[in-house]
Ligand binder design. Structure first.
Ligand SMILES: Cc1cc2nc3c(=O)[nH]c(=O)nc-3n(C[C@H](O)[C@H](O)[C@H](O)COP(=O)(O)OP(=O)(O)OC[C@H]3O[C@@H](n4cnc5c(N)ncnc54)[C@H](O)[C@@H]3O)c2cc1C
Ligand code: SF4
Ligand code: SF4
Ligand code: SF4
Length: 505
């Protein structure tokens, strides 16, 4: 049991629940936000420099803003929640496009379209930002990210490409504000980095006023640096200093001066950081602009534009000839892959989180829980009406075209009489072999269990039913005519209620 004084000083909870439980991803936000400089990231550890409880009776900051604590999550979502589209797997957004740097040399050096580097250099040159927080490579250990405050384009160019290890970018953000006096900062990080920054904003921490734009990277996970490098040295006789470049595709690829080694992901999956196993966010859902791969296209990135600020800045760069764009709906394979990756990450994270709860006695991060707010809202107030349904006799290929066009991952399936017989999701469709998609009918992969709610029930009733059946959405039927479909509710809709509820309190 925590004593009262323990919980009044956030560090005690941070240490117990996050640091000692192995959930820290070394972002450095606690260091940047601490009012008495009591925390420091040193190498691969968070160090307490002095006991802050000697100076303060109460301080909730470091645990609250840590991206792996539950605090401030709903408040953080409000930075993106005015976007017109709300998607079960991709979060809130305005637009999704394919993009690439116009400069081909830049694209060669990156893992995608070098969109991030181009946007940052453009923003710094045009003085939209006075600095950018990037992750360069340590000169003596190129695999290791070196968080840096970039003030000129060359600093940004030297950070091109992804490094698959933790980078204390939030610590660098703190240095940009305190050390360099920067006031218009562009920030780049993986989803948990962006969440840490948003939590600071939600907390109204004074350094958060200096954030101009947050660019998020898609992220499946990061590796623990020393354990993975030790494995590589032992198994492949490659010293960290010999590594020139690391790439991630279906294998983990290591390039040295003389050689290229391809390591199967199954061999190194145990070195992924524990927090990544319970992380539900693939596409950096709280960023102004999120950027990720566009497999199978080479040289392109997928860009999800979420906020008005992000949209204005992105299209300014497009209009000024820095970035090329292309319509993602023309590339159904790309959008399918992004949505499947997001869905798989979320599903496996939620399963893992439940297991971890049994081990640690708490869930690291879970956005949606039973709450009084859900009990106050009726299903009819939150359900989506006029939903798109699909007949059971269309093919899986046709369904995937609809998914690519509308970006919805689930559809009620109807029979010849227009009556609902179940639901079909991207999950089932993506499991059908590519060669068989043109000949397989949706009726064959429909989940026939009809889990339903009625307009007069509460959102809490609907949520409990979704939990019980381990599904993310529920059909709403007319109680007077139970074959008549009125709408659908998803967990994302319920979350939206909670976000608005927090905003209005
Ligand atoms: C750990 C990690 C996992 C990723 N997993 C996926 C994935 O599963 N699927 C997918 O589609 N995309 C993933 N990405 C994103 C992808 O690798 C590209 O970063 C993204 O597509 C942007 O490409 P770009 O060419 O526009 O970026 P670039 O123009 O090359 O710029 C990359 C930027 O990323 C920053 N950066 C590099 N490493 C880190 C780091 N460790 N932490 C914080 N910032 C960093 C650099 O500062 C640089 O500004 C991952 C990225 C990282 C860092
Ligand atoms: S003073 Fe610093 S270390 Fe102590 S609880 Fe507050 S933020 Fe955490
Ligand atoms: S704020 Fe970041 S560095 Fe601090 S404990 Fe949390 S994850 Fe680790
Ligand atoms: S998977 Fe999640 S917790 Fe892990 S590094 Fe990526 S964003 Fe952070």
């Amino acid at each position: 049991m925590e004593s009262k004084s323990d919980s009044l000083i956030a560090y005690n909870v941070l240490e117990k629940k996050i640091i000692n439980s192995g959930f820290c991803t070394l972002c450095g936000a606690c260091e940047a936000a601490c009012p008495v400089s009591a925390i420091q990231i040193e190498g691969e550890k968070v160090r307490r420099l002095h006991d802050c409880s000697k100076d303060l009776d109460l301080c909730p900051i470091c645990y609250g803003i840590c991206p792996h604590s539950e605090a401030l999550l709903l408040r953080s979502l409000r930075f993106v929640s005015d976007a017109p589209i709300r998607n079960e797997e991709l979060g809130y957004y305005r637009k999704i496009v394919l993009a690439q740097a116009v400069d081909p040399k830049l694209r060669e050096q990156s893992h995608g379209g070098a969109v991030v580097t181009s946007l940052l250099t453009y923003g710094v040159k045009k003085k939209v930002f006075d600095s950018a927080i990037v992750s360069q490579a340590e000169p003596e250990n190129p695999a290791k990210p070196k968080p840096a405050v970039a003030v000129v384009p060359d600093d940004i160019l030297s950070a091109v490409g992804s490094k698959f290890f933790p980078s204390a970018v939030a610590q660098a953000y703190g240095s940009a504000v305190y050390g360099y006096g920067k006031t218009k900062i562009a920030f780049v990080g993986v989803p948990c980095h962006v969440l840490a920054l948003r939590k600071m904003e939600a907390w109204q921490h004074k350094i958060s006023d200096n954030l101009k734009i947050a660019i998020g990277l898609f992220c499946f996970g990061t590796f623990s640096l020393s354990p993975l490098l030790e494995h590589i040295t032992k198994a492949y006789k490659i010293k960290p200093s010999d590594i020139k470049r690391m790439l991630l595709s279906s294998k983990f690829v290591i390039q040295t001066e003389k050689d290229v080694i391809r390591i199967p992901l199954s061999e190194i999956k145990d070195h992924i950081m524990p927090s990544c196993r319970t992380c539900t966010d693939f596409t950096a859902e709280l960023a102004d602009i999120s950027v990720g791969g566009a497999y199978p296209l080479k040289d392109w990135s997928t860009v999800i534009i979420r906020t008005k600020a992000g949209e204005d800045f992105f299209y300014d760069a497009v209009e000024n000839g820095v970035i090329n764009t292309w319509v993602i709906e023309q590339e159904p394979n790309v959008i399918e892959r992004v949505m499947v990756a997001a869905m798989q990450k979320r599903t496996s994270a939620l399963k893992e989180a439940k297991k971890m709860e049994e081990v640690y006695g708490f869930l690291p991060v879970l956005l949606l829980r039973e709450s009084d707010a859900l009990a106050q809202i009726k299903v009819e107030e939150v359900m989506t009406k006029n939903i798109k349904t699909v007949p059971r006799d269309i093919t899986v290929s046709q369904l995937l075209d609809l998914i690519a066009k509308y970006h919805h991952i689930a559809y009620p399936v109807i029979d010849e009489n227009g009556e609902p017989i179940g639901t079909v999701t991207l999950e089932e469709a993506s499991k059908v072999e590519k060669a068989k998609r043109k000949d397989t009918l949706v009726g064959h992969i429909t989940r026939r269990e009809l889990v339903v709610a009625y307009p007069g029930e509460t959102a809490l009733d609907a949520f409990k039913r979704m939990e019980e059946h381990e599904i993310g959405r529920i059909l709403v039927l007319d109680p007077a005519d139970p074959k008549k479909l009125l709408g659908m509710i998803t967990k994302t809709d319920l979350m939206h209620i909670l976000v608005n509820n927090v905003e209005n309190t």
